[in-house]
Write a protein that binds this ligand. Structure first.
Ligand SMILES: [Cu+2]
Length: 187
């Protein structure tokens, strides 16, 4: 019987991301890093979440390329995963366990200085939009720390998705946030 109970674990361990040596896991206890790689409409992004050693939250490293110069692209954590069809519309609304949007009564405006006014998943609202660095570059890169987000409990990013929007809120690119067992230093 013990052998049978081990089989799912062995099957999961066999699924290793090519070239990265990372093992996906759904168990938050083992997750040290989680990555989403949204792509679509000529945009390729990566959002990496790393558990901070002091337990205060997550480090986020964000990259994107294929951005049009001077354009502001909002991006968020959306509640639902991306289905196999790849339809970004199926990811639903933003991760908002404290119902910041509902409490704002239709006048939602995220004030980064008062993060309780922001949906937990409103990364663009709290930390700024994706926007090309300028001087002809289509790339963007930033890093920041979140004391709100976690791999555990109600503010966990696991099982959710990242969506990159056009300025008119159209959904351009999306991907699931996948947790991994071992920290990786590549984006
Ligand atoms: Cu969004």
């Amino acid at each position: 019987m013990r052998l049978v109970s081990l089989l799912p674990a062995l099957a999961a361990a066999a699924v290793v991301v090519a070239g990265q040596g990372l093992t996906p896991t759904d168990n938050p206890r083992y997750v040290t890093v989680a990555i989403a790689r949204p792509s679509g409409n000529g945009i390729r992004g990566a959002v990496r979440f790393t558990r901070l050693a002091d337990g205060s939250g997550l480090q986020l490293d964000v990259q994107a390329e294929g951005l049009e110069g001077g354009v502001q692209y909002p991006y968020h954590i959306h509640v639902n995963p991306v289905p196999a069809s790849g339809d970004c519309m199926a990811t639903g609304g933003h991760l908002d366990p404290d119902r910041a949007k509902a409490l704002a009564g239709g006048a939602y405006r995220c004030d980064p200085a008062q993060t309780w006014t922001c949906e937990a998943g409103d990364l663009a609202g709290i930390y700024g939009n994706l926007t090309a660095d300028g001087s002809g570059s289509s790339k963007f890169k930033t890093s920041y720390r979140s004391t709100v987000l976690s791999f555990d409990g109600r503010v966990s990013v696991l099982g959710h998705s990242i969506v990159i929007h056009a300025p008119n809120n159209t959904r351009l690119a999306c991907a699931n946030i996948v947790g991994y067992k071992k920290a990786d230093h590549k984006m």
